[in-house]
Design a protein around this ligand. Structure first.
Ligand code: COA
Length: 332
């Protein structure tokens, strides 16, 4: 028996129907379509409007899409990991609820929080469980209802984020396909620049924190931008070097969708033309944990068995890294 690698064998997605356009944002804050598009590449994002629905709703829909497409029995799923920065609740795991709702009654699950790198880190976790031989079907969902933590009076954040979810199934592979290598890093300096100040154990919610709008996400955009550009590009370059790959060997770059300028800078560093770069930020904005699986779902038709894909992400914390994966199937 050959070495077991962890391959992605199916993907699924869900984005809510409501489209928040740049034009509509013009009515909420002092901004304009041209500024948003030229500075970020974003045209519109999807918003989950229903007040009674949280991130689990998005995750369940994406997981069900995957289960239907791959035609698997949810009872076969061993483990459910939900990458999210916006769990339904701080206590009571979102993954556990999702697993139960999709009928994964033989699975255990937990949430993984690494901001915009949640899905990347979860790919690593899922692959380790598969490679060890411990589990055979690990479902990873990246899902975020960012509209629940966005301040729609703050133009530095409300133009960027959107809601959505994507799912990927990891299974053992004996042809050498799937995850090949990873380079994951973090740096605690990041919490100075991108955070939700209140609502955690350090600064619990109070009337004062609510009045100061500290329950919303805040960022120093320029600083985050600089760290994101250099770290995403460095990580991508490093993963190529470590695996003796040149730009010619790479079929696709799948970069976190935070800002088109960050994506372009990363592509330039690894000398890839934009025709090899997955981009859907124009449609969804930054969906945090969902960006990478949403890319896979949107580009699935173009992917071929054996394609070399480099994933790269950067997020709050700071957290960042790159993963080199060989795609495992042709989609019909
Ligand atoms: N509409 C219009 N003008 C705006 C604006 C908006 N939505 N937001 C900021 N501006 C103004 C600023 O006030 C500033 O004006 P000034 O020069 O008169 O002071 C000017 O535009 C430039 O602002 P700046 O913050 O320097 O813009 P930027 O080019 O850095 O773009 C971000 C801002 C947020 C789009 C960009 O910094 C970014 O994408 N950062 C990374 C965000 C990110 O990835 N976060 C998630 C982590 S993965």
């Amino acid at each position: 028996m050959g070495k077991i690698t962890a391959a992605i064998t199916a993907v699924g997605k869900y984005v809510p129907d409501y489209t928040l356009t740049n034009k509509e944002l013009e009515t909420l804050v002092e901004t304009n379509d041209e500024w948003i598009f030229t500075r970020t590449g974003i045209k519109e994002r999807r918003i989950l409007k229903d007040a009674d629905k949280g991130t689990s709703y998005l995750a369940i829909k994406a997981a069900q899409d995957l289960i239907a497409k791959r035609n698997i029995d949810p009872k076969e799923i061993d483990m459910v990991i939900i990458g999210t920065a916006t769990p339904d609740m701080n206590v009571a795991s979102t993954a556990v609820y999702v697993a139960t709702k999709i009928g994964a009654v033989n699975a255990f699950g937990y949430d993984l929080q690494a901001a915009c790198s949640s899905f990347l880190y979860a790919m690593s976790t899922a692959s380790a469980y598969i490679e060890s031989g411990r589990y055979k079907k690990v479902l990873v969902v990246g899902a975020d209802k960012m509209s629940s933590i966005v301040d729609y009076t703050d133009r530095a954040t409300c133009i960027i984020f959107g809601d959505g979810a994507g799912a990927a199934l990891f299974e053992p592979n004996e042809e050498g396909l799937g995850l090949q290598d990873e380079y994951l890093r973090s740096d605690g300096i990041g919490r100075e620049f991108l955070r939700i100040e209140a609502g955690g154990s350090l600064n619990p919610t109070s009337q004062e924190t609510l009045d100061a709008r500290q329950h919303f996400i805040k960022q120093e955009g320029k600083t985050v931008f600089k760290y994101a550009v250099s770290n995403m590009a460095d990580a991508s370059e490093k993963i190529l070097e470590r695996n003796n790959l040149t730009n010619d060997d790479i079929d696709w770059l799948a970069p976190h969708q935070a800002n088109l300028r960050i994506i372009e800078a990363t592509a330039r560093r690894v000398k890839l033309g934009m025709d090899k770069v997955m981009v859907n930020i124009q449609n969804y904005g930054n969906t945090t944990s969902a960006t990478l699986p949403l890319l896979l779902a949107d580009y699935e038709d173009k992917l071929k068995k054996g394609d070399n894909i480099v994933f790269a992400a950067f997020g709050g914390g700071f957290t960042w890294g790159a993963i080199y994966l060989k795609w495992a199937y042709d989609s019909k």
